[in-house]
Ligand binder design. Structure first.
Ligand code: FEO
Length: 168
């Protein structure tokens, strides 16, 4: 059984994962409108991934006797300046999500909820991967800068990454 405090914190994380899905969906649309098919595919896949993160939490809350809630979501921006800025936003977003997961883990410890603590370890590992992937892409885009030819090759690279990795 979840304590009220853990249930509230898990529902906040559900909202954040749903908002993450919306952020990446908006990035997919922005990239697609500019003809960057690879980046768009990567973002669509990443958006689905975030929905999966949200659903996994959602089902856990109900399984443990809580009530998973669907909240009103904050709308993401519809444009992102440049690809470099967009991937910086993605990286910053993932760092913020990792911090929230760590805060959640802290709450489970103070509440002595070891079942939820164990469940959240999956998210701790997932965030290590997500941050590493975002950092890797950001490093590449920082090398390219605004070079059009470089961006074209980068778009192809990201497409391959999406096919191999499903954007995880
Ligand atoms: Fe679900 Fe990208 O954190």
């Amino acid at each position: 059984m979840l304590s009220k405090k853990v249930e509230v914190a898990l529902n906040e994380q559900i909202k954040l994962e749903a908002e993450s899905s919306q952020v990446y969906l908006s990035m997919a649309s922005w990239a697609e409108k500019q003809g960057f098919e690879g980046v768009a595919s990567f973002m669509y896949a990443h958006s689905d991934e975030e929905r999966m993160h949200m659903l996994k939490l959602f089902k856990f809350v109900n399984e443990r006797g809580g009530h998973a809630k669907v909240s009103t979501l904050n709308a993401p921006p519809s444009s992102f300046g440049s690809f470099k800025e967009m991937f910086q936003t993605l990286f910053d977003h993932e760092v913020m999500v990792s911090k929230k997961i760590n805060d959640l883990v802290d709450i489970t410890l103070t509440e002595k909820d070891y079942a939820t603590n164990n469940f959240l370890q999956w998210y701790v590992s997932e965030q290590i991967e997500e941050e590493a992937l975002a950092r890797n892409i950001l490093d590449k885009i920082n090398l390219i800068g605004d070079d059009k030819g470089g961006l074209y090759l980068f778009d192809n690279d990201v497409k391959i990454l999406t096919t191999v990795d499903e954007g995880i």
